[in-house]
Write a protein that binds this ligand. Structure first.
Ligand code: ACO
Length: 354
């Protein structure tokens, strides 16, 4: 009988130079650079360049690369129409569908699997992904999608396209770090799934669609959303212990804890912990961090010895929530309630996509 390894635990499928993970000590490198250095000293644009080309860019290389990203942000009107149809859908479904539909506008290169064409398509998809998410976010509130602002960075432009205001430096920096932390993670479930698709000599759009569909699951990237749902259910720090105990005793898992590879703390979590706390205080909603803190420092403390520690998603969900990046349109605390267009109800048939 061949050995069956359910969940592919400890199965290696390939080597990569783009990242290195030591799960025992909680170490993550992108192309040899420590994630801590990149999170504190780099920008998302630099990190994407590093991942694509293997080295950090010179000043001139970064300027040219950044200009290419900025020039590639727009999405065709037809994609906005697709997103209109998807406006009741989960944002990850809209992203997955938007990327799939973009293949129809990339006919010249979609089936070209040369390294050069794949990098060009990768740059376009990196630039267009936030435009899809932001357009969908606005459409589902009955607001017009906004054209990308070429004066802003990748993170700054995303915030601008979401909320229609020039973002402050602090919020832009927070999202930039979040993007850096999520840029690469070896053969995680979504990258593995994407590689299966790519290995059939399919095409980049198909591989990314596969990856997005896999990332959505609550055991993977969808955990960030689940952590926030759990925090909303808990409601107050005083309720955290009883809620978590009952949940664990009935066989549930505390989302945002545990990882297939890390047996120590996920090194990415460090960069979101203090930022989640600071953001909660700034927004006058410190309780979400207090709930998370209680779970980390008290309820889940005994799990550390078993190698079940916080992962990157634990603090990310609260950050997105506090930034008003929501999975659903209605939320008891949403600033959207004050929006003139109301929540997810009104729909303007006259749309400009400029
Ligand atoms: N809460 C409570 N117990 C847990 C948790 C958790 N979050 N995670 C694992 N365990 C327990 C399991 O119940 C199991 O216990 P048992 O041996 O008594 O049956 C043991 O730890 C091993 O669990 P596995 O699922 O085999 O661990 P694995 O390492 O394969 O799973 C996974 C990793 C899927 C991430 C898991 O830890 C989990 O479900 N976590 C919650 C979801 C989550 O946060 N996902 C995001 C991961 S990071 C990312 O994808 C970006």
């Amino acid at each position: 009988m061949p050995e069956i390894v359910k969940g592919l635990k400890d199965v290696y499928l390939d080597t990569t130079e783009s990242s290195f993970i030591d799960g025992q000590v909680g170490k993550l490198l992108y192309r040899g650079y420590d994630i801590h250095d990149l999170a504190e000293k780099s920008t998302f644009e630099e990190v994407v360049y590093l991942l694509l080309y293997g080295d950090l860019p010179s000043k001139e290389q970064l300027a040219a690369f950044d200009a290419e990203l900025r020039a590639s942000r727009r999405i065709p009107d037809g994609i906005i129409t697709v997103l209109e149809v998807m406006k009741a859908a989960h944002p990850m479904d809209a992203l997955r569908t938007g990327i799939s539909a973009l293949a129809g506008y990339d006919v010249a290169e979609v089936a070209d699997n040369s390294v050069e064409a794949t990098i060009r398509k990768g740059i376009r998809l990196t630039a267009q992904g936030p435009t899809i998410v932001a357009a969908h976010h606005r459409l589902r509130q009955g607001l017009e999608p906004l054209a990308p602002n070429p004066d802003l960075s990748h993170a700054g432009n995303f915030l601008y396209m979401m909320f229609g205001e020039l973002p402050d430096e602090e919020t832009t920096g927070l999202l930039d770090v979040d993007f850096i932390l999520h840029a690469e993670h070896g053969a995680n479930a979504s990258a593995f799934a994407a590689r299966v698709t790519a290995s059939t000599i399919s095409d980049l759009h198909s591989a990314v669609v596969t990856g997005v569909g896999t990332l959505k699951g609550p055991a993977h990237g969808g955990a960030a959303e689940e952590v926030m749902k759990m925090s909303l259910d808990i409601g107050n720090p005083e309720n955290a212990e009883e809620y978590a105990r009952n949940h664990l005793e009935s066989g549930g898992r505390i989302m945002g804890f545990g990882h297939r590879v890390y047996r120590a703390e996920d090194p990415r979590a460090r960069h979101l912990r203090d930022r989640a706390q600071a953001l909660g205080e700034k927004k006058g909603e410190p309780r979400w961090f207090q709930i998370l803190s209680h779970l980390e420092q008290k309820t889940m403390l005994p799990y550390r010895d078993r190698g079940i520690c916080v992962n990157v998603d634990f603090f990310a969900g609260a950050i997105y929530y506090l930034l008003d990046i929501r999975t659903t349109c209605s939320s008891p605390f949403s600033h959207l309630a004050a929006s003139p267009a109301g929540r997810c109800s009104a729909w303007s048939s006259t749309r400009t996509t400029s």
